[in-house]
Structures are given as C-alpha cells and as structure tokens.
Design a protein around this ligand. Structure first.
Ligand code: BGC
Length: 721
C-alpha cells in the first residue's frame, strides 16, 4: 500500500467524510466502548451527529484490548469506506506500570532509563490497543506554582531536548510500522505552554521571539528531529494569538521552517476556546482560524464538523486545505499499518502477560530510585535495619504516589512507604501513624502520632501534596506543605529524635518548616507503582541516591521564577564595586534559590579537581577538551552527575550566567577516581542574536564543571573567528 492507495481513497471520500476525519471524540461517543452513551455535560452540547461519529477519524482515551477491538469492529461495520480509527491516549509516565512523574525522571539524568520507561509504557499501551500517546510533554518550566511542572523534565532547554529525544525513541522505536509494541508519539504543548503568567494554568504567555527560540522551542524541535509523528497545540496565546489559531507558529515555523509533515492536533477544546480568548466571534470563525493555522485534528469540540463544509461552500477556504489534513491523518494510519491490521498490537492474551509484569515493575523501581533527590542529610541516613521506626504522616500508607496522568495505574497496586519499610526491618518495630490528612487534621490526631513515636528510635515522616494538588489545573500560590503537615513536623520535632522527611509531591516546594526541622530530606516526587519499595531501598542504604534537581527549589514563592540560567543584571550582588543598597536583590530573602538546578546529595562524597583545558583558544573547526578529576572520597559506591556549563562573557545580546552544555553520569567505587572529559566546540557556543541569526561570537568564555550549577570549577578560553 502506498501514496496512490491513499490518494484514491481520498478521492472516494465525500466532503462530509473528509471533515469528520478531522474530528477526535472521546470514547462515550463510540459503539463498543465501555462508556458508550455516557455523554454528559459539554459533550451533549457539541451538536455531534450520528454520521459524524461513523466517519470520525480518531478516538481519545480508550484503553484495553477488548474495548479497543470492540470499538474498531463496530466502527468498521458502519464506516462506508472502512477507514479504521486511530486510538490516542495520554500514556505519559506509564500505562499500568507507573514510572515516576516526568519531573522526577528528569532528576535521574539517566537518558537510557528514560527511554526504557517510554518503551515499557509503549509496550503496555500497544498491546492494549493504543496507537498514539499524547507524550512527551516537553514544555520548559520555571514556575513551580504551575501544576503541570510535574509533566516536564525541568527548566533547562538542553536537558529537556535530550529527554524529549529519549522519550520519542522509547515510544516509537526505530520501525514504527513493523514493531507492534510501539506507539506513535505526540509532542506537546506547542508552544511555550510552560510559561503562563503567575503560574496559573491556561494563562497568558508573553515572551520574546528570541527567548522562545532559545529556551522554549528546542525541546519540541528535538522531539521532531527524532521522528516524533505528531504535535499537539497549546491552550495559551503566543504573542497575543492563541497557539491553536496561530498561523505564524504552525504554518510558518512548524510546517515551513521545521518541515514538519506529521499530524497536528489541537489540545482538548482549544479550537473553540478561541471564542473566550476573544479572537473568534463564533465556532465558525474559530474553525477558520484553526484550519488556516494548520490544525489537522480538532479534539473534543465540533467547530470543524459543524462549519468547515459551509466555509468551503462559500469559498472562504479551499477544499485542498481539508484534503491536506485528511492526507496526513491517513498517512499516519498507513504508517501504523491500520489498513492491513486495524487492531495493530491489541492482544488480550499478551496484554495479561505484559501489563504490570514483574519485569516492568522492576524497571519502575530502578527509575524511582534514580529519580529521588537527597536534599539534606546530616548523617542520619541511611537507617539501620535494626532500629525501630515511627513512620508518620499522610503518605505513610497512602497509594497516592503515582501522580497525575497515571492512566491505568491503581493506587491499590502501588507500593506504599509502609510496605516498603516493613520489608526492610529485621525484626525491629515499625509504628505507623497518619498524624494528619494531607490538608486537614486535628490536634488530637497529631498528639496521638507524637505519643506513638515516643518509643521509636527514629522518625520517618511521609509528607507531601495530594496528586490533585498538581497536574492540569492544579496550580497553587502557596507552595509550602499544607499547614497541618507543618504543625505535625513541629510537634514531632519536640521529641528530639532523629527525623527524616520523605516528600511526595509534584513541584519544587518552599521547604520552610521542613528543611531545618528534619535531619534528612528525601525528595521522592510521585515515584510511581514501586515508589514505596524504591524509597525504602534508599532509606536503608540498599541503594545510594544519585538524583539531581532539574528545577530549582525556590527559597520562597516570592522569588519565582527563579532558574539557574538567568541573565546577570548591571548591578549584580557581590560584585567588587557593588553598592550596599542599589543592587539587584530582595531586602528580606536571598537571591539564590534554596536548592539550585543540578543539586542532589549522595551517601558518599565526591571531590573535584581543578578543571583543565587542552588549550585556551578555540577555532571554529576545532575543539577544546576540558578534563576534571572526580574522586569518590566516601565509603560507599555511588553515582555522580558531572555537569558542564558555559558562559559567554560578552555577547551581542546578554547571555545567561551559565548554560548546561553536557553531563556525564559516572559510577565510582570508594576511593576510585575518574578523569571526566568534555569536548567543547563552536556549535555549543551559538545562540540567537538580535536578528534571530543562530551564531557564535568571538571572545572569552567561561567553562565550568561541577556537581551542580552552583559549586563549579571554572576555566576560561577564547573563541577565535
Ligand atoms: C491536556 C493534554 C492532554 C489532553 C487529552 C488536555 O486537557 O492539556 O495534555 O493530552 O487533555 O487528554
């Protein structure tokens, strides 16, 4: 089958049939679905006709081989030309075996494991009948008030791009057509959804074209360079125009400049949302703007099916613009082999064997270990297996450790911290008390927990945010732990016992009330199905933590946005000629975040030698090698993420104080040292100039290397051009 087949199919399609291909509906609309007919709320008002459903092109949110096979069979019975449906779902960090949330995966700095997590998610999804996943989400994030930061890998364009590629490789593999255990990926949300003003979801994004290109766009581009099949639009405006109707963004940049020829889908309802945004008077105008901007599939609103025909008939648009979108959808169906085998990987027998298998859970445990970040440890951790432990807090026995977008993941199947710890203790006592709820509680309950903890050798606190407190529409202006949990910590502190806090949450938090009170703090994020086991592995020293933050932890919300790759001001703090008052600073809090990008502790220690360069001049066609000696100076084997940053001291426009350019994750035995080498070339020094030209400037640069973005060994070199 080939292009000709698709062309002749297109010729046979009526205009109505073509337009319906561009419609994506959720499962309740479809015969054979487990939710058939459950059409309530806004879905009722969509004005969808029976024939729109029969002719529609894709389904949102179905899962399970049985359901998908049933829907596809029913559809093929009724679709005049026998065009199969595409099944798309949000398989973001696992299907049923849930991996840590993407922000946590980011902190692993482990691209291989990130790829593997996507491969496993794809396998479970594909065998359950899914064809496309709405992932990876690669929006760059700098504001922890925004609930969706947990879906991103963080604040750095280079690292986000590396993860974007790894996820796409994992989902799609290298032969999507023949490898039925893979799904097509859809990178989202194009573009700059991660920069809403005030950290409030769906809010205005207003950034310069240069910042857009330099910081926000690279990860989407990286996903596409890796062959990502689809792109999803964003809810936000970009330069005053909603992304979903933004011709410059979609036609000029995505299609013409980047040559993307895959399917572009709107986010949920985003076409119609152009009306409240105030750029479309009605559904008809919204449809016109979206189709002109190049949106192929409209998700969950009916502007296309209700108005495109009229727009063609009155000659406002040419039918060819519709043909273009339909062809791209048919091409994806062909690439996935759906015309030959409309059920693709769906297989109920294999589904039972593969989904949530032992092997997959093992990988989830490994990644959860690698994703956890040890923020503080005064020597209290690791714990001895012979000490009695009081495990206190709302997450002690709570399965809400999967995080948002946990598809078929079930809280009942998730390993809780209490089960993880009880497996470790060698006969020593484990006391488990909730102490309080996540946001509510009573003094009596807290006092009860304090009393229970009195007899234990050590206290482990299990604290955090309910998963509903982050994710889509899960924004907070206060990013501390809820008051009741802070009260619990304060009361337990009075016992004067060693106390370690484990945090389950989806965003960088303001850790006042925790960080000074606890002797150790482990950021476990939402660690997924195997979270409780993985955290216990770390707490008892069966695993050595190696995660490093990929998003800064602010000192307090007043600093937000605070990120490592910021510009200097003309009046920086601490400069030799700085005045006392008139410098860029807060009067009440430091400028520095509480924990910077790249930060994370280990149970061992590493020492860095001075950094050395092979030469201090770089020519465009040559390279410079930076060498640093890293030694494990502690008593345990451990992994270290060695990070390379570069600063351009004098650019045509202001350049960031440092930018991550490369990293290496190395394993060192106690006493062992390694020479870590980085190659620096001109390509790494290029940036967008004021005329948007991507180039480098001759002059001086600082190359620095270290364990995080703050504690760095510097050396300088010059680019000669
Ligand atoms: C989200 C997307 C998601 C889509 C489909 C939207 O509300 O913004 O990330 O892919 O729903 O579920």
């Amino acid at each position: 089958m080939n292009e000709q087949f698709l062309q002749s199919l297109l010729k046979k399609m009526t205009l109505d049939e073509k337009i319906a291909q561009l419609l994506q509906l959720a499962t309740p609309f479809f015969k054979g679905s487990n939710h058939e007919g459950q059409i309530t709320g806004p879905m009722e008002q969509m004005g969808i006709r029976e024939e729109d459903i029969q002719n529609s092109g894709s389904v949102l949110g179905a899962s399970g081989a049985e359901e998908i096979i049933n829907i596809q069979k029913a559809h093929l019975n009724e679709n005049r030309l026998g065009i199969p449906l595409l099944f798309m779902s949000d398989i973001v960090h696992g299907f049923k075996t849930i991996f840590p949330v993407p922000l946590a995966i980011g902190c692993s700095w482990d691209l291989g494991m990130a790829e593997k997590s996507a491969e496993i998610a794809a396998k479970e999804a594909a065998v359950s009948g899914v064809h496309v996943t709405f992932a990876p989400m690669v929006d760059l994030v700098r504001d922890p008030r925004w609930g969706r930061v947990m879906e991103s890998t963080g604040e750095d364009p280079y690292l986000n791009s590396e993860y974007a590629k790894a996820f796409v490789r994992g989902f799609q593999g290298s032969d999507l057509t023949n490898d039925l255990d893979r799904v097509a990926a859809c990178v989202k949300h194009f573009a700059a959804y991660g920069a809403p003003e005030g950290g409030r979801d769906y809010n205005t994004v207003d950034i310069s074209e240069r910042t857009l290109r330099e910081s926000y766009l690279p990860a989407y581009k990286a996903a596409l360079d890796e062959g990502c099949e689809m792109v999803m639009t964003a809810f936000n405006v970009v330069d005053g125009i909603p992304a979903t109707g933004n011709k410059r963004l979609m036609r000029d940049l995505l299609r013409d400049e980047w040559n993307f020829d895959g399917v572009l889908i709107s986010d949920w309802g985003a076409v119609k949302e152009m009306i409240p945004h105030g750029v479309a008077e009605d559904e008809k105008e919204a449809a016109l703007k979206a189709i002109n901007a190049g949106v192929d599939i409209e998700m969950m609103t009916a502007c296309y099916v209700n108005h495109l025909k009229e727009l063609v008939e009155e000659n406002t648009i040419d039918e060819s613009i519709i043909d273009e979108g339909v062809m791209r959808i048919l091409e994806l169906k062909q690439k996935l082999g759906l015309f030959e085998n409309p059920f693709r990987g769906a297989d109920e027998k294999r589904e039972k064997e593969l989904v949530f298998s032992e092997l997959h859970r093992k990988a989830a445990r490994e990644l959860a270990v690698n994703s956890s970040v040890l923020l503080k440890n005064d020597g209290m951790l690791p714990l001895s297996k012979e000490q009695s432990v009081a495990l206190i807090g709302p997450f002690a026995e709570n399965g809400d450790v999967l995080g948002p977008w946990s598809w078929l993941g079930s809280r009942e199947d998730a390993a809780t911290l209490s089960s993880g710890i009880s497996e470790k203790l060698l006969g020593a006592k484990l006391i488990v008390e909730k102490g309080c709820g996540i946001e509510a509680g009573t003094t009596e309950l807290i006092n009860g927990a304090v009393k229970a903890a009195e007899s234990a050798d050590v206290i482990v606190l299990a604290l955090g945010e309910a998963s509903e407190m982050s994710g889509e529409a899960g924004c907070r202006s206060n990013i501390q732990l809820p008051d009741i949990q802070l009260e619990l910590i304060a009361k337990l502190k009075e016992l004067n016992k060693p106390m370690a806090a484990v945090l389950f949450n989806g965003r960088p938090l303001d850790l006042h009330g925790v960080i000074d009170e606890a002797n150790a703090v482990l950021e476990a994020w939402y660690p997924g199905s195997e979270g409780g086991h993985a955290v216990a592995d770390i707490l008892f020293g069966d695993e050595n933590p190696s995660g490093k933050l990929t998003m800064s932890f602010p000192y307090s919300v007043g600093q937000v946005p605070v990120y490592y790759n910021a510009f200097n001001t003309g009046r920086p703090q601490g400069a030799p000629d700085a005045q006392e008052r008139y410098v860029s600073q807060y009067l009440d809090i430091p400028n520095e975040p509480l924990f910077p990008f790249g930060y994370g502790l280990s149970y061992t220690t590493f020492s860095y030698s001075e950094a050395a360069l092979s030469t201090d001049t770089l020519h465009p066609d040559a390279s410079v090698t930076l060498t640093v000696n890293v030694q494990n100076t502690g008593e345990l084997a451990g992994e270290e993420v060695v990070q390379l940053y570069i600063r351009d001291l004098s650019g045509e426009v202001v350049r960031p104080l440092k930018e991550l350019k490369a990293f290496k994750k190395i394993l060192l035995q106690p006493g062992e040292s390694a020479e870590v080498k980085f190659t620096i070339n001109e390509e790494m020094l290029k940036y967008y100039h004021s005329n948007l030209e991507f180039n480098s400037d001759p002059g001086k640069f600082i190359a620095s290397v270290g364990p995080n973005s703050k504690e760095l060994k510097e050396c300088t070199f010059e680019l000669l051009k």
